[in-house]
Design a protein around this ligand. Sequence first.
Ligand SMILES: [Zn+2]
Length: 450
Amino acid sequence: MPAVVTYWAEHAWLPHPDGPAVRPEVLITVGAGGRITGVVPDSGPCPAGAVRLAGLALPGQANAHSHAFHRALRSTAQVGSGTFWTWRETMYQVAAALDPDSYLALATAVYAEMALAGITAVGEFHYLHHAPGGARYANPNAMGEALVEAAARAGIRITLLDTCYLSSGFGAEPTGPQLRFSDGDADAWAERAAALTDAPHARIGAAVHSVRAVPAGQLGTVAHWAATRRAPLHVHLSEQTAENDACLAAHGVTPTRLLADHGVLGPRTSAVHATHLTDEDVRLLAGSATTVCMCPTTERDLADGIGPARRLASAGCPISLGSDSHAVIDPFEEARALELDERLRTRTRGHWTANALLRAGGADGHASLGWPEAGRLEPGALADFCVLALDSVRTAGAPPALGAETAVFAASAADVRHLVVGGRHVVEDGVHRLVPETGRALADAVGALR
Ligand SMILES: [Zn+2]
């Protein structure tokens, strides 16, 4: 990368003391460290030597919750009927077919798809650790390191949320495909995860798969591991009422209360889904400043229900967004679903502004992944941004000043024309420069698992 790159965006969504606003003719300079050194709106026509970006520049979107291998289920999991739990059986069949090489190929293609959708950072909630039957690979982190390498090949950032998964239910040993997920106990998980290291594009975090998958007495080990590293800690929470019922039967408390009692909640923690909560659960999450990661396209796909995102945000929880099972990968669809689902539930409009939803996908999403220096177009921030076409059949016609509303309520992933990560031009005119035949890469990687 040259020492300094200058981009010129036709429009950009920029922070402002009175609230974010779209400004025209914005010069964005990037220093040698991949950080923004200057943002100048109303700069006049594109100067010689600058890279011209037609459309609307937005902070790169953080996909705060991903299981890359679920991408192989797209469409196939839509045949016939079924429940969350039958879907999970199909997902386990895919999990059983993966090894470090095939996972590298699949995740590279999936992360390239994310880049094409405007995503500059992914939180990979990774629990497929071991070989079939639970045997250890020669490098026990071979699968996790394949994901870190995949993000590098796709040109995006990753937070590898190495996930502790020890039981198939309250007091039940893992069986079948779950043997690949388990380290035996939380101490063994912690020892293996400690061997993972950060890279310029990668940070290591922790995850508790769920209160079903980590015995209560071992939750504190995972929380302590993350706390001593000041690393992000994620956990699936109350996606299904069956989890709440089983937790109440086993422990006499809700999953949220159990996590709170074992030190799992807090400002570095993200609770994923949080679909079925009590009033006390909402107070515990907000009182601990826990982020809640909503995954609306997956939650609707799996018939989970509509989570109380608005209530949680009003109570004080930051909100992030994730594509989770990758039924679709479209951060703008995730964002608008928060508002549109709430409209359906309440039969009233106006719960979220477009600016608030872009913040969930941008600054708050990055913070939940341990990248607080990303998600904003301002000097000092990482130079991670995407550019949406404002002249496509979906986006044409609205005034550019309404770019935030256009992005959230009209645009799709297909409107992303450019992606810049750390100043590097990863997607150019809708083509991924590192994985140029992204569709073929996806078809080959998914097809190899059949
Ligand atoms: Zn998930």
